[in-house]
Design a protein around this ligand. Structure first.
Ligand SMILES: [Zn+2]
Length: 291
């Protein structure tokens, strides 16, 4: 593994962080998968379009360009929404087609998933798709072959590894910052942001932790990555996280419910604060250069 050097910046310019949104609806999250039959997806109330429009307004207000890792399942139902993302100056990237974990697929199924979703997004969005994020950060020690498959399918980078210990995902020994798993002519992997405390990496890049912890602590952790590590932070969130009024499926276990619903009503204000408190850019602009 080879760490990618940080890009040079003008003296005094702030380090840009990557604002990323995983475009999926509330009934597609992996923690709900045991309780929500995929066959029921088409009949469920979709909230993603209205939530994305609010997010696009938030980004425009803060003058932030972001990366939207979008499910093919969503894109084919909401093509006009996908074009609004692109028209807003944001990067369109792939989150696979139907939110199947990479770790649950073999090479042939994974290749079909990343190839068809890439083509679908490119046809709708009219721009090249270069980035991929695996559902539930499902690339790790057991399936690093997936990174080679992404390169073969025409992707340039992935943001699919979370270097933490977690019951659903994580590769605690992975590098904390952008790296080439197989040499500099291979795929670039950009892990979700962590803060190093003693011998452990603590999650500092979004999701349930960001909603659970006080905003000031999250802000401190991201600033520490910028100031101490001199690296860009990668922040991620989902459209359903700004939607306290979303339907609540029945039968979901207590832990998953807590993780999904905690502080949803505070999320929009916190994202607004992030857009104000840090410098942001799209993943491709930060990690692939501006050429
Ligand atoms: Zn997802």
């Amino acid at each position: 593994m080879i760490l990618a050097p940080a890009r040079s910046r003008a003296p005094g310019a702030p380090i840009p962080n990557a604002m990323t949104c995983d475009v999926e609806d509330y009934f597609q999250v992996s923690a709900f998968a045991p309780h929500i039959d995929r066959a029921s997806w088409p009949t469920r109330e979709c909230r993603v379009e209205a939530n994305i429009d609010r997010i696009l307004a938030l980004m425009a207000d803060g003058n932030v360009k972001a990366t939207f890792f979008t499910l093919g399942w969503i894109a084919e139902r909401y093509p006009a929404m996908v074009r609004r993302i692109v028209d807003g100056g944001h990067e369109l990237a792939s989150h696979g087609y139907g939110h199947l974990r990479a770790s649950d697929q073999d090479l042939a199924a994974f290749t079909e998933d990343i190839t068809s979703s890439k083509k679908m997004l490119e046809d709708i969005g009219g721009q090249q798709v270069r980035g991929y994020r695996a559902p539930s950060f499902s690339i790790g020690t057991g399936n690093l072959w997936a990174l080679d498959a992404l390169l073969a399918a025409g992707y340039r980078y992935s943001s699919s590894i979370y270097p933490i210990k977690h019951d659903h995902y994580g590769m605690p020994d992975a590098p904390r910052f952008a790296f080439y798993p197989n040499g500099t002519d291979g795929l670039l992997e950009v892990p979700i942001t962590t803060v190093r405390m003693g011998q452990r990496n603590l999650p500092a890049g979004g999701g349930g932790y960001f909603r659970l912890l006080p905003y000031a602590l999250s802000r401190w952790m991201m600033a520490k990555v910028n100031d101490d590590d001199q690296e860009s932070a990668i922040f991620y969130f989902h459209p359903w996280e700004i939607d306290p009024g979303q339907p609540r499926p029945e039968g979901v276990d207590l832990k998953s419910r807590f993780r999904h619903y905690v502080n949803l009503d505070r999320m929009e204000g916190r994202i607004k604060a992030l857009t104000r408190d840090f410098a942001w850019d799209r993943m491709d602009n930060i990690f692939l250069g501006r050429a």
